[in-house]
Design a protein around this ligand. Structure first.
Ligand SMILES: [Zn+2]
Length: 243
C-alpha cells in the first residue's frame, strides 16, 4: 500500500485538519470581535433612541409651558377688560373666562409635572444605557488586545502547519492531492476514512459514514492496490487501520 502513499495521505489529513483547526480558531476570534462590535453599534442606536425620546418629551413639556404663559397673558388681558366694564353680566362673562383659563393652567401644570417625571425616568434610563455602553466598549477593547496578542502566535502556527502540509503534499502525486483536497473541502477536512469491522453485523463499514462496504473493498485494500479505493457512499478515500 505504501506505493499509493496511503500513509502519507494519512499524514496529509492530519496536517490538513490541524491547519483547518488553527484557521477556525483565528476566524472564531475575529468573529467574536465583530459580534461584540455589532452589539456596541446596536447599543449606540438604542442610546440615540432614548435621546430622541427625551428630546420629544422635552418639546412636549415646553409647548405646554408656552400655552401656560399664553393663558396667563389672556387672564391679564381679561382682568384689564373687567376694569373697563360697568355691566355686571359682561363682568361675569369675563370672570367665567378667567376661571376657565385658570382651570386649564392648573391642568397644564399637572401635565408638565408628569412630563418632567417622565424626563427624569428617561434620564435614568439614558445614564444606565451609557454606563452599559462604556462597559461594553471596555470589554471590546480587552478582547481586541487579547486577539492582537494572540494573532502573531496563531499566524506563526498556521504558517508552520501550512508548510508541513505542503511538504507532505509534495511527496504525493498531484492528482491524488487534488482529489484529497476536493473531498477534504467538501467534508470539513475528512477526506480519508478507515474501513472497520462492525462486530455486531460482522461486516466491514466505512468509519466516515458507517455504511457497509462490499467484501471486495476490504480484499482490495488488503492486497497490492494500484489505485485509490473510495467509499461508494461518502466518497472518502478508504484505508485499513493496520495497513
Ligand atoms: Zn463512507
Amino acid at each position: 500500500m505504501a506505493e499509493l502513499g496511503l500513509d502519507r495521505l494519512r499524514e496529509l489529513q492530519e496536517a490538513d485538519q490541524e491547519l483547518r483547526r488553527l484557521q477556525g480558531r483565528k476566524a472564531a476570534q475575529d468573529r467574536s470581535v465583530r459580534i461584540r462590535a455589532e452589539q456596541i453599534e446596536s447599543h449606540q442606536q438604542h442610546i440615540e433612541a432614548i435621546r430622541k425620546k427625551r428630546h420629544d418629551a422635552r418639546v412636549k413639556a415646553d409647548l405646554k409651558e408656552v400655552e401656560v404663559r399664553q393663558k396667563r397673558a389672556d387672564i391679564e388681558r381679561l382682568k384689564g377688560q373687567q376694569l373697563q366694564i360697568k355691566d355686571n353680566r359682561q363682568y361675569q362673562i369675563l370672570q367665567n373666562e378667567i376661571k376657565f383659563a385658570e382651570l386649564a393652567i392648573g391642568k397644564l401644570e399637572d401635565d408638565i409635572l408628569n412630563d418632567y417625571e417622565d424626563i427624569e425616568t428617561i434620564d435614568r434610563e439614558l445614564a444606565q444605557a451609557q454606563e452599559e455602553l462604556k462597559q461594553h466598549q471596555q470589554e471590546l477593547e480587552a478582547l481586541r488586545r487579547e486577539c492582537e496578542a494572540k494573532k502573531d502566535t496563531v499566524d506563526a502556527e498556521i504558517q508552520t502547519c501550512r508548510a508541513r502540509r505542503n511538504e507532505i503534499a509534495a511527496t504525493l502525486p498531484p492528482d491524488v492531492v487534488r482529489r484529497f483536497d476536493r473531498i477534504a473541502d467538501r467534508l470539513a477536512g475528512e477526506a480519508l476514512a478507515a474501513v472497520i469491522l462492525d462486530e455486531v453485523e460482522g461486516t466491514y463499514v466505512c468509519a466516515g459514514c458507517n455504511m457497509s462496504v462490499i467484501q471486495n473493498t476490504y480484499v482490495q485494500l488488503r492486497g497490492r492496490i494500484e489505485k485509490l479505493v473510495v467509499c461508494p457512499n461518502c466518497t472518502r478515500i478508504l484505508y485499513l487501520e493496520d495497513s
